[in-house]
Design a protein around this ligand. Structure first.
Ligand SMILES: Cc1cc2nc3c(=O)[nH]c(=O)nc-3n(C[C@H](O)[C@H](O)[C@H](O)COP(=O)(O)OP(=O)(O)OC[C@H]3O[C@@H](n4cnc5c(N)ncnc54)[C@H](O)[C@@H]3O)c2cc1C
Length: 330
């Protein structure tokens, strides 16, 4: 009987953790994540008593395999069906108003990063705060290096589950699909997080602004010690983020808060907490429907949401595709 292969999975977002779940019985693996925690763009920022899901806030589940994969999370009350009041705003007027209450949409019961955390079993080997910057092949085995030039390996295969621009930083031109990856474009986005200790009287939970530099507003109330706290997320439009990549974050947040305040006709400068996050690679500009990209000579697989539709379900589907492709080699 052949011994189990050793594999490195780079990235601990939904794609990386899904791969680990689907393949755990067949291989030995270590997951490498540059951040301090798991979840990637399914992100949560805690700043007691405030809490913000400032990446994906909800996601669509259409694929039966994805629904089955998520069933334990539904059962364990990590995720629930989405129920909210949504509006669309044009020229500072609400032009559409509807309730989203569909069995197809899910959101976190509380923290979005709990989704990935709960899928990452305690026995998974995960190295946090470990940014992989280089890979090298020696005697037909992979060695990978972090930003402190510490090396890890040997590995038979590498899974890269990180955004395309970050893949290009690591892979060299020999990778079979490098030209396809170079053509993928990702949108950027600023997320402003504001915490208030007085409730704002707004008659919606999420708003899409169709003609502003702010694109998305989302409100969320939390109860703690019988007190109500109010969390507001303001996301910029992709265009605005693109045009203001190098501008001062203070100026950007002041500008976007002022615009949100104008659109909502509501004072927003009395926040008790403020933070800004720049998502350089928030979402792919279009669906790419590539599945995953396996180079059998190099023994590298590249996958992630951007290989599919740039969404949470796409991350799962790309991960599943990569596992089905690697099975004949391990
Ligand atoms: C603001 C925003 C709103 C969104 N809204 C929605 C939505 O409404 N619905 C929806 O379905 N999706 C939404 N998304 C997209 C969704 O979050 C992603 O599709 C999904 O989380 C992608 O998962 P992933 O594992 O493929 O990638 P990621 O979550 O990006 O995971 C990749 C991981 O790799 C790590 N990493 C990167 N480089 C390295 C390196 N060199 N070494 C080690 N680790 C590395 C990163 O830190 C990250 O944790 C949104 C995203 C953003 C940012």
């Amino acid at each position: 009987m052949s011994s189990k292969k050793n594999v490195a999975i780079i990235g601990a977002g939904l794609t990386g953790i899904t791969i680990a779940n689907l393949i755990k019985k067949r291989i030995n693996f270590t997951i490498f994540e540059k951040s301090r925690g798991l979840g990637g763009r399914m992100a949560t920022r805690r700043a007691e008593p405030y809490q913000f899901n400032h990446g994906a806030q909800y996601f669509k589940v259409e694929n039966k395999g994805f629904k089955d994969f998520l069933n334990p999370l539904i059962k364990n009350k990590i995720i629930k069906n989405l129920e909210l009041n949504h509006v669309e705003i044009l020229n500072k007027e609400i032009i559409k108003k509807f309730k989203i209450n569909s069995k197809k949409y899910f959101t976190a019961q509380s923290k979005m990063n709990d989704v990935v955390k709960s899928l990452a079993k305690n026995n998974f080997s995960i190295k946090l705060s470990c940014k992989i910057v280089q890979i090298k092949k020696l005697n037909n085995k992979w060695f990978i290096f972090d930003s402190d030039i510490v090396s890890y390996g040997p590995y038979d295969w590498l899974f890269l589950t990180i955004p395309p621009n970050q893949v290009i930083d690591i892979l060299n031109k020999d990778f079979k699909f490098i030209d396809i990856i170079k053509k993928i474009k990702m949108n950027s986005c600023y997320s402003i997080m504001l915490g208030f200790d007085e409730t704002k009287k707004l008659n919606f939970d999420t708003a899409l602004c169709l003609d502003q530099d702010i694109r998305w507003l989302s409100l969320n109330k939390e109860y703690q010690d019988n007190k109500e706290y109010f969390n507001l997320i303001i996301n910029s439009s992709y265009n605005f983020a693109e045009q203001n990549i190098n501008n001062s974050k203070i100026e950007i947040s002041d500008y976007l808060i002022k615009q949100a305040s104008d659109v909502l006709c509501c004072k927003l400068d009395n926040y008790k907490y403020k933070a800004i996050h720049f998502w350089k690679y928030a979402m792919s500009q279009k669906s790419n429907n590539l599945g995953s990209l396996l180079d059998e000579n190099l023994k590298i697989i590249v996958c992630g949401d951007w290989c599919m539709n740039g969404r949470v379900e796409g991350a799962f589907l790309s991960a599943r595709d990569s596992v089905s492709k690697i099975l004949k080699y391990i």
